[in-house]
Write a protein that binds this ligand. Sequence first.
Ligand SMILES: [Cu+2]
Length: 154
Amino acid sequence: MRLARPSLTAISALLACFVVAGCASSAAAGWTFAPPPSATPVPAASAGASGSPTTSAAPSGPTADVTLSALNIAFDKASVNAPAGKAFTLLFDNQDASVPHDVWIKDSGGTHVFEGAIVTGPGQLTYNVPSLAAGTYTFFCSIHANMTGTMVVQ
Ligand SMILES: [Cu+2]
């Protein structure tokens, strides 16, 4: 009679071990995608600023030839410079939450020479602008008529 209880306890303990082992092994199986020793997770700060599926720019990538930001339905610069005769990159940073902006460029005759894709803030996008001849252009947001600036290509 006295042996019955200890053995029962042993069985339940064994059972508990089995369950724990089962849990542990299944959890281990879930980690097969990251076996390397690099235990450095993605910085929580940058992970917190997520929610930008349309962006492609790396947070700490190389700087673009031209940078432009939008905040409070306005561009941060009234004038930017760009290189003439060669394609260049334009990093657009839309800081207006839930507001769509884009960057279009037109020449002095009003012809659109570049029409960038819409970025809904907060989000960034690096545009690849084709080669432009030297001259003074106007960059603007196709959505908000008040958002314009001068682009000096030289
Ligand atoms: Cu806009």
